[in-house]
Design a protein around this ligand. Structure first.
Ligand code: AKG
Ligand code: FE2
Length: 485
């Protein structure tokens, strides 16, 4: 006799005739429901409603969602593994995710992972508690903390403070959280100490640059702070690992984050509102769009390493102001610090009227540059407000959704190619079958490619003008030109 049947029989003995009657009522109800439910999705609901198994009540959401949850009585047979559960729950909530270039927008996306409200990956029915919220995550995407309007205690083993790390919702769009107990005062001091000691050619404290490496270094007049990179210290490594845990990325991967960037802002210094992600047009040798399978910055863990006497907030100008949020009045006369109509003065105005996080030593914030469905999130615009009095020490940890840009250059099979089009007609450049660029008449297009990769150049009619398979033996830097006719 099956365990479930034994249990039913015992139940029946206990309740006798009452059970028989209630059984009859349940059966009648079930027959009624059968008559009403007809679609395939309804068939699944039917099985839940009429099942004899013990079930758990859950509410199912799409990744990062806090509304639109579907209540379900979940049976164990649908949670034999995390992946099976994810597939099953995809019948109830819309799952949005990565669509590779050329993939039809009609293709149904099915989740492959499920997380609970504490960001724990669900692997079996036992991992689920009665009343849990469950979040479905599609292949190629990462879990995004939902905006819950309250505090979540994150796994305590992460915290060197000896207290639970607490994630407190601050803004839903952009998605921003305060992170309490993430690190200690002593760690903050250690990092500031490090900043002053780092003296590598590229790593030492210097006026901040913006943009990405292939474009060269650009000193920005809109980013007046100074920074240094800490790629190596134990403290930096500990922060990187802790940030992965905080983001619930299952395994720490060195190639999914930038070095810890340490910052110093002195009085009047600031960083104008910007996105931490790179534009999808940044370079053509990389897919910068995570929604189509590319990689870009995913989230920022921002550490405040000091208190600041006045100013130095992190402002999110596009965020809605939560109820009850207010700014302390300014004590400085900022017209003495900044020119009228300067970008810094404009920031001071935004910083005292829009949503902003105030620096506090050993406090952190977490914000996402990507939406839970993999799209880059323009709402994540933010800036470092001018420091009005004192010095601000802080650090950025940027986590990518996948392997980050810039590492492939170190591969031994890299071949840098410049494709030249000296003709008077535009031509199209293909890597395997994928069109990568149009090279205008008289123009050229550099690419960082690899040994064994096939490149083809075609004219506007599709006629192949050049086809080549790169051979590293011909040199690590090569030029491939369309012939003049
Ligand atoms: O200083 C801040 O509060 C923000 C800095 C920032 O956004 C950055 O460095 O990318
Ligand atoms: Fe930033």
């Amino acid at each position: 006799m099956s365990g479930a049947k034994k249990e039913r029989d015992n139940e029946a003995k206990k309740h006798g005739a009452t059970f028989a009657w209630s059984g009859f009522v349940v059966l009648a109800l079930a027959v009624g429901i059968f008559a009403v439910l007809q679609s395939p999705q309804d068939a699944v609901i039917k099985r839940i409603l009429t099942s004899n198994y013990t079930y758990k009540d859950v509410v199912v959401y799409g990744n990062g969602k806090s509304v639109g949850g579907i209540k379900l009585a979940l049976e164990p047979q649908f949670a034999t593994s995390g992946e099976a559960l994810a597939e099953y729950l995809s019948n109830f909530v819309a799952v949005d995710g990565v669509r590779l270039v050329g993939e039809s927008s009609d293709k149904k996306i099915v989740a492959d992972r499920v997380y609970n409200g504490q960001g724990k990956l669900i692997e079996s029915f036992q991992d689920i508690d009665q009343g849990d919220r469950l979040y479905t995550v599609a292949p190629g995407l990462l879990f995004v903390w939902p905006f819950l309007g309250h505090r979540v205690h994150v796994n305590p083993v992460l915290s060197p403070t000896g207290r639970d790390i607490i994630l407190e919702s601050f803004s839903e769009s952009p998605r921003v959280f305060h992170v309490y107990n993430f690190f200690t005062d002593a760690e903050a001091d250690k990092l500031v100490d490090r900043i002053l000691k780092i003296d590598g050619e590229n790593e030492h404290l210097q006026q901040s640059h913006v943009g990405h490496r292939s474009g060269g270094k650009v000193v920005s007049k809109h980013r007046t702070s100074e920074n240094a990179f800490d790629q190596v210290s134990d403290t930096a490594l500990a922060f990187r690992k802790r940030s992965f845990d905080l983001l619930r990325i299952p395994r720490y991967q060195d190639d999914m984050c930038d070095g810890l960037q340490l910052l110093r802002y002195q009085q009047k210094q600031a960083y104008i509102a910007h996105h931490d992600y790179f534009s999808t047009q940044t370079s053509e040798d990389w897919n910068w769009n995570p929604k189509t399978g590319g990689s870009n910055r995913f989230a920022t863990v921002f550490l405040y390493l000091s208190n600041v006497t006045e100013g130095g907030q992190t402002v999110f100008p596009l965020a809605e102001m939560p109820e009850g949020f207010s700014h302390p009045p300014l004590t400085q006369d900022t017209s003495k610090l900044f020119e009228p109509f300067s970008w810094e003065q404009d920031m001071v105005d935004k910083c005292s009227t829009r949503l902003a996080s105030y620096p506090q030593k050993a406090h952190a914030i977490l914000f996402y540059s990507q939406k839970p469905n993999g799209e880059l999130d323009p709402m994540s615009l933010h800036g470092g407000c001018p420091v009005l009095e004192g010095t601000k020490w802080a650090a950025n940890l940027w986590v990518w959704n996948k392997r980050r840009y810039g590492l492939d250059e170190q591969r031994s099979d890299t071949v840098k190619v410049v494709f030249e089009n000296p003709t008077n007609e535009d031509v199209d450049l293909f890597w395997s079958d994928k069109k990568m660029a149009t090279i205008r008449a008289g123009a050229q297009q550099p690419y960082s490619s690899f040994h064994g990769h096939q490149w083809t150049i075609k004219d506007a009619t599709g006629k192949v003008l050049v086809q080549t398979v790169l051979d590293k033996a011909q040199g690590a830097k090569q030029t491939i030109a369309v012939k003049q006719v």
